[in-house]
Design a protein around this ligand. Structure first.
Ligand SMILES: Cc1ncc(C[n+]2csc(CCOP(=O)(O)OP(=O)(O)O)c2C)c(N)n1
Length: 319
């Protein structure tokens, strides 16, 4: 088994875990057991699988926005604790208080979501500055959608991180829609990574559906950041195979677009690459069956846990 085949197998496992977790979340939402707004990352999973493999967690830190299940899973947060969180259980990774859009698991290096578009960028720049003080060699990954590239806070963070040479990698998950609005009707340029040059830092565009391309890009950016050369902007081109949130009818998407996107499904891509490298169908099935069993067991465990106790509602608040 070459390093490349081992990495592809690991990607397939991660992609399957994320995809199957989210498909189960959609079912639980339809059944009324997961409530509130839920943003699935189905179609974008290669970004998380590739990026996290290039990091050293929990020393390194990851910040997301609200489409964060995939980042949390790739960072190694236990699936049952995530299901429990979405189901409002005491055993949830945040005691059932955070839910889908406010997950956080610092022990795993996942510094969490915040739901404010672009909100993580200044915090991530601060976490990267802290790394310069404590000499930990840590790098910070900050992910957001392409819509966040029009938020003032992101530009402040880019400039601040650039001038301080702070070790932060800004990952734009460019799925070409901000909520229901196509990028082409929001900005007059078609490449966002080039904005990095306005801050004197490096930017690159990559295929965000190819976990190996993401891995190589993040590995290189992390080496550069750890060596004191400062931030990098990675624009990972991808697509969501589902709506912006569960319940989005997607009437704004042109006919055929989702089918075309399915042809670029990252899971199919990794399966193809593994088959071409000589891996058997049987081994691929073994990997996905294992992920499927894991998801089943985690969901069942979470469903057996008690709901968060209403009497504790005032705990964990600022006094
Ligand atoms: C500061 C702020 N403004 C507006 C919103 C409402 N809002 C939620 S999602 C979203 C679109 C963001 O698009 P993008 O950054 O491309 O991320 P994607 O949903 O594609 O992952 C907006 C405007 C918000 N959450 N925060």
């Amino acid at each position: 088994v070459t390093d490349m085949t081992a990495r592809l197998s690991a990607y397939l496992t991660d992609l399957a875990r994320i995809r199957l977790f989210e498909e189960r979340v959609a079912e639980l939402h339809a059944a009324g057991q997961v409530v509130g707004s839920v943003h699935l990352c189905i179609g974008q999973e290669a970004i998380y699988a590739g990026a996290v493999r290039a990091l050293d967690l929990p020393r390194d830190k990851v910040f997301a926005t609200y489409r964060g299940h995939g980042w949390a899973i790739a960072c190694g947060v236990p699936l049952d604790r995530l299901f429990a969180e979405l189901l409002g259980r005491q055993t949830g990774i945040n005691g059932g208080r955070g839910g889908s859009a406010f997950l956080t698991a610092p022990a795993s290096g996942f510094m969490g979501e915040n739901s404010i578009v672009g909100g993580a960028a200044p915090i991530a720049a601060g976490a990267a500055m802290a790394a310069q003080f404590d000499g930990s060699g840590r790098v910070v990954v900050c992910s957001f959608g392409e819509g966040a590239m029009n938020q003032g806070a992101v530009h402040e963070a880019l400039n601040f991180a650039a001038i301080r040479r702070a070790p932060v990698i800004f990952v734009i998950e460019n799925n070409t829609y901000s909520e229901l609005t196509p990028t082409s009707s929001m900005v007059r340029i078609d490449t966002l990574y080039r904005r990095a040059s306005a801050y004197g830092i490096r930017g690159a565009r990559i295929d965000g559906n190819d976990p190996e391309a993401v891995y190589q890009a993040i590995l290189h950016a992390a080496q550069q950041a750890r060596a004191g050369n400062g931030p990098v902007v990675i624009e990972a081109m991808t697509q969501r195979l589902v709506g912006h949130y569960i319940g989005d009818a997607q009437l704004y998407r042109p006919a055929g677009e989702i089918d075309a996107a399915r042809a670029r499904d990252p899971i199919a891509g990794v399966r193809r690459a593994l088959l071409e490298s000589g891996t058997s169908e049987a081994l691929l099935s073994q990997l996905t069956d294992r992920a499927s069993r894991e998801v089943d067991e985690a969901a069942a465990l979470a469903a057996r846990a008690p709901l968060a106790d209403a009497a504790t509602v005032e705990e964990h608040l600022y006094a």
